[in-house]
Design a protein around this ligand. Structure first.
Ligand code: 5GP
Ligand code: MN
Length: 317
């Protein structure tokens, strides 16, 4: 059921035992919004657990609250849960929490147009980031924002907007950023932590760039990482941004083989709707940033995704 901001706040206010989760392959918004909401609710006297069923990126460990995130849920954790809050995704990308929380009431707070609308309660907003929605929730409740909450929410907004520069950056986004700085967020601490990379990653970018292919008459740029290269890299966060900026490129695609027959696909565009392509391939996302997982070897994944992009570009003519 789609609900309003007001109803979202009243559900959160009424709950005492809350479990918060976000999507697998978590990014700055998934983790920032989870820690931000979790810390805030705890400050309001509630029992809160944060469970994200995947590896957490190490560069977000500067956030207070990072260490308390559980990597897997157990039945015990869900015994007396009043509310399972799912952030920055729908119910399809939260690992095995669906089964564990079978009897829990679910509140889904998200900003992805591809949301499957299966939660009991869904607050879907056109905000830049889920963290911006959490900022709206706290503001609506007229509650104070602590420095830890401010840092987490600022991080979520900054990572989803490319530090306040993508088209999802609206005046309300900037206002939220300003209020979060007033509440104690430090923009330089966030950007240094997010942008700093181990030397091996920079070297990995060189190798990744050597796989660059330009297709569809210069409209598509792709990078394709085989399994040995992918598994030698701790993270490929931001790799797609290296090719997104190429002049004339409308769609950038980054495919990495995470297992011999499993490939993760990321797409970015300058306005062309890549979420439709991702949804067709079983994934989802936003108009300008979307992704999916293809269960096939790298070469087949590459051919498949390039064909879908080329077909989509052609049929949009
Ligand atoms: P990224 O390329 O950074 O992994 O993801 C870009 C955007 O697409 C993010 O908002 C992310 O949540 C969404 N996305 C990526 N992969 C998937 C997927 O497999 N399924 C869905 N529904 N969304 C995805
Ligand atoms: Mn997000």
């Amino acid at each position: 059921m789609n609900i309003s901001l007001e109803k979202t706040c009243s559900l959160l206010e009424a709950a005492n035992n809350v479990v918060i989760t976000a999507h697998v392959n978590p990014d700055g918004d998934a983790i920032g919004s989870s820690i931000g909401l979790g810390t805030f609710l705890e400050e309001q006297g509630k029992n809160v657990k944060i469970v994200i069923c995947d590896k957490l990126p190490r560069n977000l460990s500067f956030l207070h609250g990072y260490d308390r995130i559980q990597r897997s849920g157990d039945a015990e954790a869900f015994k007396d849960v009043d509310l399972l809050v799912i952030l920055d995704t729908d119910m399809s990308r939260i690992g095995n929490l669906n089964e564990l929380a079978k009897n829990a009431k679910t509140l889904n707070i998200d900003h992805h147009i591809s949301n499957d609308q299966k939660a009991d309660y869904l607050y879907l907003a056109k905000s830049s980031a889920t963290a911006e929605i959490i900022f709206d929730v706290i503001s609506y409740m007229k509650a104070p924002i602590s420095a830890d909450v401010a840092m987490a929410l600022y991080t979520g907004i900054a990572t989803d907007t490319g530090f306040f520069k993508y088209s999802n950056t609206r005046s309300s986004t900037m206002m939220a950023g300003a209020k979060l700085i007033e509440a104690g967020a430090s923009p330089n601490v966030v950007s240094e932590a997010i942008e700093e990379k181990p030397l091996e990653i920079v070297k990995g970018q060189i190798e990744a760039l050597s796989t660059l292919e330009i297709t569809s008459n210069g409209r598509v740029a792709g990078m394709f990482l085989d399994y040995p290269l992918t598994s030698s890299l701790e993270s490929t966060e931001g790799f797609i941004d290296l090719i997104r900026v190429i002049e004339g490129v409308e769609v950038a695609v980054f495919v990495k083989s995470v297992e011999e027959k499993v490939c993760r696909v990321s797409m970015r565009s300058k306005g062309f709707d890549v979420s439709k392509i991702a949804m067709k391939l079983g994934g989802g996302g936003h108009i300008r940033a979307a992704g999916c997982t293809l269960y096939m070897p790298l070469q087949e994944a590459k051919t498949t995704v390039l064909k879908e992009i080329s077909d989509a570009l052609e049929s949009a003519k």
